[in-house]
Unconditional design. Structure first.
Length: 137
């Protein structure tokens, strides 16, 4: 018998759903907070993509480098790391504006709240009918 390996599966539906939820969270931050602005609504989608890439590639390095501070603060320093990631995205994405560190921290809390409520536990399933070749979502 062949041995099965635990591999990471990249579900494109789930990735698109997460990007949509993050974009909506960013637009909600633009609506609620005067210190967060997007020149155009599509800039929020670009910002969500950049934030996702920064969270994949930069955040693990920041977490590793700041592990003592994270342990000492019982994980609260991760909020600071999230704010730094948002400030990095502000520098990368033209048309995305956040006024200062504390506003980036508030935006990161809002994004975490919206992602936790709507994106974290949502699963996309595709059901196939047995009688025909139609797919329903």
């Amino acid at each position: 018998m062949m041995e099965q390996r635990n591999t990471v599966s990249w579900d494109p539906n789930r990735i698109i759903l997460q990007l949509m939820v993050s974009s909506i969270a960013l637009l909600l931050g633009d609506y609620i907070m005067d210190s967060v602005r997007f020149e155009k609504p599509w800039v929020a989608v670009v910002t969500a993509i950049v934030l996702a890439l920064l969270n994949v590639f930069v955040k693990p390095l920041l977490v590793l480098l700041t592990l003592p501070a994270t342990l000492f603060t019982l994980g609260l320093f991760l909020l600071v790391i999230n704010a730094v990631i948002i400030l990095l995205a502000r520098e990368i994405v033209p048309g995305f504006f956040v006024d200062g560190f504390w506003n980036a921290l508030l935006l990161s809390l809002l994004i975490s709240l919206v992602n936790g409520l709507f994106g974290g536990n949502t699963r996309v399933r595709v059901h196939r009918n047995r009688n025909d070749d139609e797919f329903t979502v």
